[in-house]
Design a protein around this ligand. Structure first.
Ligand code: SAH
Ligand code: SF4
Length: 352
């Protein structure tokens, strides 16, 4: 049998061509598109303005959402919800929805199954790389939650690519997904509300800068000296801090958009006054902001989160260099909402 067509992989022109191969007129593509991206249909049966024959043909030749639920969890305060999705080849990926008082609904999505970068403190890095996700598999995570929120009159308002995987290591599919999510005739999310987080792949950052997109970039720095960063983030040996900062300056010159730097505070490792000073010197005068997140402990790494006092001292030190920072609360600790952690838990218990 021919391979099933993944509908979320197709843009509107491709969807139109596909509908025509089924012997249908192009206006059916528009109806199907609306079912996908305006009504977030979860099944072909729902698509009641399509003739039954077409719905049957679609069910035989195409896949709507390639992701099925392997496990789900909600935090005790009800504000964080995590889903482990199973893809057609059995790969497991995680998506986390975070609700905020002000009504924001931020979705943390995966771009790869596993990750090749091997950062020592990261649950995904500890499991290694399985494969890239397709654009459709990235989009599917958003549409699942769009469908789920719609009956409450809510929508996904922000997206962070901070789930499993390194988005810029899956460059083309990630940006195709961004295009699909921001398509004005479809889901129409604001490009400014989608953050791409990268471990610091220098050539990809430059390529991204050249595209001059509106989608903001976050850089996972985590250490301000090569000696420290080499211990945490293996790819630092390939692209050390000086080269990374040069790429960041290139991005700022091309783009003029504020950069975010991510910093997981690990007690007595990268939360020292020396690291804070080195970071202050590195970022002084740059159009940027630092997110400080106490480490989420993982099975494969012995480091722990910094205490409140050490977090405060680190932040104060940065302020002395005029570098702004925010301490982020760790969300959903009770549901292993650090990405990669639910998958570990489920695999260990053989629940799925
Ligand atoms: N690969 C990309 C995006 C996914 S990771 C990147 O590295 O940026 C998303 C963020 O979570 C990164 O800033 C990453 O460093 C951070 N992170 C990973 N494991 C963590 C942990 N155990 N505690 C706190 N932050 C963690
Ligand atoms: Fe990959 Fe990001 Fe985890 Fe590093 S922190 S292993 S780049 S997912």
């Amino acid at each position: 049998m021919d391979k099933l067509v993944q509908l979320y992989d197709l843009d509107f022109a491709e969807l139109t061509a596909f509908v025509q191969t089924l012997g249908e007129r192009p206006f059916r593509a528009k109806q199907l598109w609306q079912w996908l991206y305006e009504k977030y249909a979860a099944s072909f049966d729902e698509m009641t303005n399509l003739p039954k024959g077409l719905r049957e043909k679609l069910a035989q030749t195409a896949v709507l959402n390639p992701a099925t639920i392997a496990a789900e969890q909600r935090s005790s305060d009800g504000q964080t919800e995590k889903v482990l999705f199973r893809l057609p080849d059995g790969q497991l990926i995680e998506t986390v929805l975070m609700g905020y008082e002000d009504g924001r609904r931020t979705l943390c999505i995966s771009t790869q199954a596993g990750c090749a970068m091997g950062c020592v403190f990261c649950a995904t890095g500890q499991m290694g790389f399985a494969r890239n996700l397709t654009a459709g598999e990235i989009v599917a995570q958003v549409l699942y939650f769009a469908h789920k929120l719609a009956p409450q009159g809510e929508r996904v308002s922000n997206i962070v690519m901070m789930g499993m995987g390194e988005p810029l290591h899956n460059y083309r599919e990630t940006l195709t997904a961004v295009d699909r999510l921001t398509d004005p005739t479809g889901l129409n999310l604001s490009a400014r509300k989608i953050t791409i987080s990268t471990v610091g792949l220098v050539p990809a950052i430059r390529r991204y800068a050249d595209e001059q997109r509106q989608t903001p970039l976050a850089i996972s720095l985590h250490a301000a000296t090569d000696e420290e960063r080499n211990k945490l983030i293996p790819i630092n040996k390939r692209w050390p801090i000086a080269e990374l900062m040069e790429a960041c300056r290139y991005y700022l010159a091309k783009n003029g958009r504020r950069l975010t730097f991510e910093w997981a505070l690990i007690a007595y490792k990268n939360d020292t006054p020396e690291q804070a000073q080195a970071l202050g010197k590195l970022l002084q005068g740059m159009l940027c902001h630092v997110n400080l997140i106490p480490l989420n402990p993982t099975e494969g790494y012995s480091g722990g989160p910094s205490s409140r006092e050490r977090v405060q001292a680190f932040q104060d030190e940065l302020a002395r260099y005029g570098v702004s920072s925010t301490v982020r609360v760790r969300r959903g600790i009770d549901i292993q909402a650090g990405c990669g952690q639910l998958r570990d838990r489920v695999l260990a218990s053989k629940q799925y």
